[in-house]
Design a protein. Sequence first.
Length: 291
Amino acid sequence: MDLAEAIQKDIWHPREEESSVRLPPYTPDQVIRLERVHKVYNTGEVEVHALRGVSLLIKRGEFVAVMGPSGSGKSTLMNILGCLDRPTRGRYFLEGVDVSTLSKNELADIRNRRIGFVFQAFNLVPRASALENVELPLLYAGVPAKERVRRAREALAAVGLADKERSFPNQLSGGQQQRVAIARALVNNPSIILADEPTGNLDSRTSVEVMEIFQRLNRERNLTLIIVTHEHDIAQYAKRIILFRDGRVRHDVPVEVPREAREILAAMPPEEESDEDLGDLEGGFSGLRAK
């Protein structure tokens, strides 16, 4: 039974009300700790409660998928985790530091040094090469040029793009652009990577390739990964799924047997064969239209 069926049949027990959740004491392996976090947006006379007392722990080396319908609070959660926004009430600890009390400059420093971001739209600089795009966080951090180039090349090699460092975004496929974005997220050796719909603009095969990179980074570097996705099959590559609804955590469960991207890629037909099959299919549709 897949995730969608499990939710529809309600075989998971809903999580306790957030107000009754009691977190264990802090330990050094807790990368993220949210304590009764609320986020309220004031839009004129209307108050929008985006998060309603969320309490949550994510430990070092976890691979977590966050899911939920539009308006469920998952994007607000990611903004707070990424230090792009502050809780209205409650506390957020990142590696033991209460970041909800930090200044804007301190938050910017944490974003640059401890958090790697991957976006659905890639967000690459069009006039910069792949290498230069990956160097950007290091440039902002004041890293010397020689060290920037060395680390950027290592990051590109880690995502299989060592031969594309001089290419510009418009010379790369969507999957290659997302790999550059992942390399950029990696280059500062962050504590966590936050990925917002990282496969949303990619085809099926390329999506699996991106998930293979994430799984490899999680396995080999013990990197903490948090992805937001609407896709149930993509969530199954993670080790834990958190489902949001109405600003609250409704389900928080381990994935008993995560999908293995390496194995799925190995079972897929070569790209050339897939393109040929698609051409045959399109030809068949043309024939039907002709009749």
